[in-house]
Write a protein that binds this ligand. Structure first.
Ligand SMILES: Cc1cc2nc3c(=O)[nH]c(=O)nc-3n(C[C@H](O)[C@H](O)[C@H](O)COP(=O)(O)OP(=O)(O)OC[C@H]3O[C@@H](n4cnc5c(N)ncnc54)[C@H](O)[C@@H]3O)c2cc1C
Length: 321
């Protein structure tokens, strides 16, 4: 049933959908340029640009990321579009069923994507296996309902009923298409929410495909997004109280030492120093280990350099626990 043609450059999503990047403006350089409010090309030193972008992401300085624009063409079931459209900062232009006739493209889930309702998450699916017979029945219902509703739609259309009304007999698994344009900051916000394991599988597929395209446009910003937002973790005041009540002090001390050790290794990677100078540097950063222990750690993991700014921030955070 229906057409499943995928335009050139698009990533196939679900059974008949796709997403493709139509156009983009700017990239990592545009973020750096805006952050420095410069009119030139920005700095040529990639390592400095990378550090700046990562700093901006870490500290939620979001407006430079708004300088990058992305325009996508996507085809998705209407129930996916309903979730997608909640992201209000985008500019959208959608295929209209008032003007054009519907195409018989319906989303039919694969049997392996049929799951039980989760008992712990009202919005989720259970991992327990659904018996084959029930999976097949579910898929068959999707097919039957899609075919029947499309036949009714055609009948009403042929009888001259207005398309804007006739379309209302079509179910939400019918595919629609749109152009969706957004800036990078709000696209990251979309990706954070829709790549999350709590997001519905069917929209996650699109978010993951979109992410691969965003990564091409702004690789450094995307890496920072992955490190600090997508795979970052937020601790509430209550979480922190639990940490401070239950984490033995030695664990905090070890983390503190590790952060300092990584700062020293980072400084050394930027500008190599003599071995005795390194221990002085370590003490200056607040390190408590003896010189012998410090040497053992250096021999064990000489290359474990951290981002110096990030590790200094971690040091400050650890003090608060
Ligand atoms: C797992 C999951 C479950 C969900 N469940 C439900 C549900 O059960 N019911 C439901 O209705 N929705 C649900 N949603 C949708 C959700 O509530 C948001 O509408 C959607 O994720 C868009 O988020 P947003 O408003 O932050 O994004 P956007 O609309 O893209 O906005 C981005 C940011 O801009 C700002 N902003 C944009 N517009 C305004 C405005 N008018 N006023 C003030 N600030 C604005 C806000 O800071 C916002 O965070 C769910 C979303 C997810 C990811």
């Amino acid at each position: 049933m229906g057409s499943s043609e995928i335009p050139a450059g698009a990533v196939k999503c679900l059974d008949k959908g796709f997403i493709r990047l139509v156009d983009s403006m700017g990239g990592d350089a545009a973020i750096v340029q805006a952050a420095r409010v410069s009119y030139g090309k920005g700095t040529t030193k990639v390592s400095r640009d990378r550090a700046l972008i990562r700093y901006l992401m870490r500290h939620h300085h979001s407006t430079p990321f708004e300088m990058v624009e992305l325009k996508f063409h996507a085809k998705m079931p209407i129930f996916v579009a309903r979730q997608w459209v909640r992201h209000r900062t985008a500019n959208i232009n959608e295929y209209s069923l008032r003007y054009s006739e519907a195409v018989d493209d319906f989303y039919i889930p694969r049997p392996e994507d049929v799951h039980f309702q989760s008992t712990v998450n009202k919005q989720g699916r259970e991992v327990i296996e659904v018996p084959t017979e029930l999976r097949e029945k579910t898929v068959a219902y999707f097919e039957e309902m899609s075919q029947r509703s499309f036949a009714m739609y055609n009948e009403l259309n042929e009888a001259g009923i207005a398309r804007e009304l006739a379309r209302a007999v079509l179910p939400v698994n019918i595919y629609t298409q749109w152009y969706w344009k957004n800036d990078l900051h709000n696209t990251f916000h979309f990706l954070r929410l829709r790549m999350d394991q709590h997001a519905q599988y069917e929209i996650r597929v699109y978010a993951e495909a979109m992410a691969s395209m965003v990564k091409e446009v702004a690789p450094i910003a995307f890496e920072a997004f992955e490190d600090y937002i997508l795979n970052g973790m937020y601790f509430s005041r209550l979480d922190q109280e639990i940490f401070s009540q239950n984490l033995p002090e030695r664990v905090i001390d070890d983390l503190h030492e590790d952060a300092i050790y990584r700062i020293v290794a980072g400084l050394n990677a930027n500008k190599p120093r003599e071995e005795n100078e390194l221990y002085d540097l370590y003490k200056k950063e607040g390190g408590q280990d003896s010189e012998a222990d410090f040497s053992i750690k250096r021999i064990a993991a000489p290359e474990s350099a951290g981002n110096i700014f990030e590790m200094r921030e971690l040091k400050e955070k650890l003090k608060m626990i």
